[in-house]
Design a binder for this molecule. Sequence first.
Ligand code: SF4
Length: 582
Amino acid sequence: MFEAESEIERESMPVDVLFVGGGPACLAGALHLMDLIEKHNEGVAAGTIEGEEYDEPMIGLIEKGSEIGSHGISGAVLDPRALDELIPDWKDDSSFPLERYVEREAMLMLADEERGFPLPFMPPEFHDHGKPIVSIAKFQKWLGEKAEEKGVMVFPGFAGVELLYDEDGKCNGVRTGDKGVGPNGEQKDNFEPGMDLESPVTILGEGPRGHLARILMNKYGLQEGRNEMGYETGCKEVLEFPEGTIKDGFVYLLAGYPLQNIFGKGPFGGGFIYSMGGDRVCIGLLATLDAEDPGMDVHYLLQKTKMHPKVREILAGGKVIKYGAKAVTVGGWGCMPKLYAPGAMIVGDSASFLNAARIKGIHLAMKSGMLAAETAFEAMKSGDNSETAMAKFKEAIDASWVREEMEPTKNFHAGFANNGMVGGTIKFGLSKIFGSGEIEKLHADHEGMKKVSEFHASGKLPEQSAPGKYPDLEYDGTYIIDKLTDVYLSATKHDEHQPCHLKVADTEICATKCAEEYGNPCERFCPAQVYNMVMNEEAGRKELQVDFSNCVHCKTCDIRDPYQIIQWVPPEGGDGPEYGIL
Ligand code: SF4
């Protein structure tokens, strides 16, 4: 059955403040807001603060994953600076999901396919000794439970699909996605209309390339006159070892092969290996999404990294049990959008709160959420949600340690993107002595890819032996894994009877222009084998097939597609990966 959008009856629910996204930014923000309200109420009761008590504050948080943490995958050696402010006694809390503390660390330079050596020193930015290693999925779950205990209304399984506006054009909350919609938009027997969560203040923290954050940015021109956000895509696996194998907390940072080395070959990026609890070790590799190579496949590069003898030494005996992938906002301060609009603020990765020079963002995301919460509380008290009121958020960021940490590294990403590994390293070193100067101009990621004929002398992309498989990898199903097996290990699921959430504006381009110019790079850059060019015998050509049920919501396609004809929109709430331990 079809029903016109205007005829669908939707429930509306007014809230005081709405957080969109169940990551560290929004969870920390929601918790901090509840603390501020509690302190305010105590002050009013004691007569030290003027005003009304908030008996039943309505603070809502929605998350598209089936539960809080199911889509969490960020790097997870945690700088606890924001956590110390939010929950000062976290170390004494027996429910804190600590994996280990970092006891030893090293930087491994992989010179080529065979050779590698530990650097005799660690750049100070990378020092992690004594910091907690956490599974971000478990950490988010823990924060989510704390938020619920404090009275935050947490709604997992609800994707925000549209922004709502009031009569003055100010953002006024979010509409969640309909459930039970068939592939062609028809209402199935289990149809449930999405809800309108009406909120004078909406805080968007949907992670990298947030869907609603992009809508807000486009409506209010929040990125105008600034660098586009810069991204890398990271693929990550958890390996399990026989009992008693992993004895301490260690971190190895990986540089060089198969990514760019000092001779300037390959895409820029880096990797990491760290030990977790329960005889598990995590390995991840990140590569920039403006890479020139149209054949770049981060999943393949991760498998190549694992084949390196120096990496095999560390991971010998391990079996891959979990996989995930996600884009990461690496542009930092130099790519930050305007952070607010009337009735709304953007926090966390959605607004580029990550310091790529330290490969750390969780603490910055959390602090951004907490400062947005302070602005939201002022708006609650004054009833003013104008742009001027929301601008206090940016003022608070500028006056905080977030700026102190991020501003000096504002050109870190641009330095490497514009000058390569050697030039970028020299520029970054000089910036520490002479200051970082003006923000360096940066091209948008999708403009970086070269055509096959320009990049590969053969005029062809390297052969795949099957989709997601390469002839030079020794797949064994336990250590070297093909892409589809890894997708299985991500526990991703989507109801297949729903509209495809990957909107390709013109599939004719895929079959013709893109095939010829770029060799259909979506088949490689998607870390979940969602895009496949399949032979249509009748048409006598290969055409695009989108296996959207594999999608791990990494957003790479939305960012790297050279024609910018792919748009990622949220599928039915509750669908997607189930990371659990990543
Ligand atoms: Fe990532 Fe796009 Fe592939 Fe989904 S379809 S896994 S968002 S690249």
